[in-house]
Design a protein around this ligand. Structure first.
Ligand code: SF4
Length: 429
């Protein structure tokens, strides 16, 4: 088993000599089975959790126990943040003696120490290697940025993508400059939802947004000047509306439709993709008819009350989101959901049943398992009472495989060259 780890006030991490690392499923502390631990993947980061202590399992006393101090100083809990392609199976087990400010928007994951290395509670869900750390080197990126901006110095979309590549380290934005794989087309400055964990806008100021929402409406010319070279030149090129710095792209439906028609008038090459909250099925219909190749609709739950508690939608509801998924699939679009997963919530029996029902009713192609970036306490406090037993996150994956073997499980958007390929089939859950 992994040993519990904790940190001192200077962030120095140590492992506990006797306590086993704990994990959490929702607000319940649980032991993490040894076989569910993997070596901390390259590109992961470690965080301390101010105001919270690590909780571990005392095997002698058969009880959970918090590590509150290192010598005379307070000991802090430690969490891992996973790189793309991995789904966490357990939250960190923590104990906070008093109410503390909410933590920033990261997906906090249980971490421990075993056999001389850090281990974490996670599973790889996608074997596509486009976002591996070794694919990115800012020493080669920066000259490319200079070159692109020298050619189009007044294109605000390129300037926005530069900001995303260099300040937020968005890998899709970096791809835009490398002219390969998936690149963003930021387009929307407004949204019709108010997600508790929105990374581009936190109006109540409880935590900082990790991106600043873009503040302008691009023109058709600016967008096409980015999109056209990408789809015509990039290897397995995808241009994606709706990224971390965006609002909701469906609110810019007319402009997206114009971009699709302009690009498709020039070339059949490349994939035109939309990341969306799926709130406006009629707009989705128009975009599919214009030539949208693929769509990814985000949701945290198939239960209307859980969905509404997190998305806080304005003038639409979960029924519209499901209608968008169905419409896109019916019109021949490759259709994925971006399932914002959270241990102890997404793996509850009612959620699993709802997810399988959604798959059966819509025939969607891919479920992307995305760790929800939010302080676990903040998410759980905002949810209505949850029903049913949590079956475990790995069991959720196995159940999907068993009950809906036709659907792909993964993490990343697919270029159309790979619409019929599974990047998770060979992975063991
Ligand atoms: S739908 Fe997207 S842009 Fe809108 S509030 Fe939610 S996370 Fe933010």
């Amino acid at each position: 088993m992994g040993n519990l780890v904790f940190a001192d006030q200077r962030g120095r991490i140590a492992d506990h000599p006797t306590l086993e690392m704990g994990g959490a499923s929702g607000s319940d502390w649980v032991r993490v089975p040894d076989k569910e631990l993997i070596a901390l993947p390259e590109g992961a980061r470690l965080f301390t959790m101010p105001g919270a202590h690590s909780v571990g399992w005392n095997t002698a006393l058969c009880t959970f126990e918090a590590v509150k101090a290192v010598g005379r100083r307070e000991a802090l809990a430690v969490a891992a943040f996973l790189p793309p392609g991995y789904m966490r199976t357990h939250l960190p087990a923590t104990f906070a003696p008093s109410a503390t400010p909410y933590l920033p928007l990261w997906a906090y994951t249980a971490v421990g120490w075993r056999d001389g290395q850090f281990v974490t509670a996670a599973v790889r869900v996608d074997s596509m290697d486009h976002q591996e750390p070794w694919q990115y080197d800012d020493r080669t990126l920066l000259p490319l940025i200079e070159r692109r901006l020298a050619v189009q110095p007044n294109n605000r979309v390129w300037h926005q993508i530069k900001r995303c590549a260099t300040e937020y380290h968005c890998l899709c934005a970096k791809n835009g400059f490398y002219r390969r794989w998936e690149a963003p087309l930021p387009i929307a400055f407004a949204c019709n939802a108010d997600c508790v964990g929105c990374i581009s806008l936190q109006p109540d100021g409880l935590v900082p947004a990790s991106h600043e929402r873009m503040a302008f409406a691009p023109t058709l010319e600016e967008l096409c000047a980015v999109a056209l070279p990408h789809v015509t030149e990039a290897e397995e090129g995808i241009v994606s509306f709706g990224q971390g710095c965006d609002g909701e792209p469906l609110l810019q439906g007319d402009l997206i439709e114009a971009v699709i028609r302009r690009v498709r008038a020039e070339t059949d090459r490349g994939t035109i993709h939309l990341n969306t909250n799926g709130s406006l099925p009629r707009v989705v219909e128009r975009l599919c008819q214009a030539g949208l190749d693929s769509i990814r609709v985000s949701l945290n739950s198939t239960q209307p009350d859980l969905y509404a508690a997190y998305y806080r939608p304005r003038h639409y509801g979960l029924a519209d989101v499901i209608a968008s998924i169905r419409t896109a699939k019916d019109l021949g679009c490759y259709t994925a959901i971006n399932l914002l997963v959270f241990p102890g919530v997404s793996d509850r029996e009612e959620e699993v049943e709802g997810l399988l029902r959604l798959v059966a009713e819509t025939g969607l192609d891919l479920i992307q398992m995305k760790n929800l970036n939010i302080d676990p306490r903040r998410y759980l406090e905002g949810l209505p009472p949850r029903r049913g037993r949590a079956i475990g996150m790995r069991e959720l994956l196995r159940t999907i495989r068993l009950e809906a073997p036709q659907i792909d499980i993964g993490y990343f958007n697919r270029p159309k060259e790979h619409f019929d390929r599974s990047f998770s089939r060979a992975l063991v859950f």
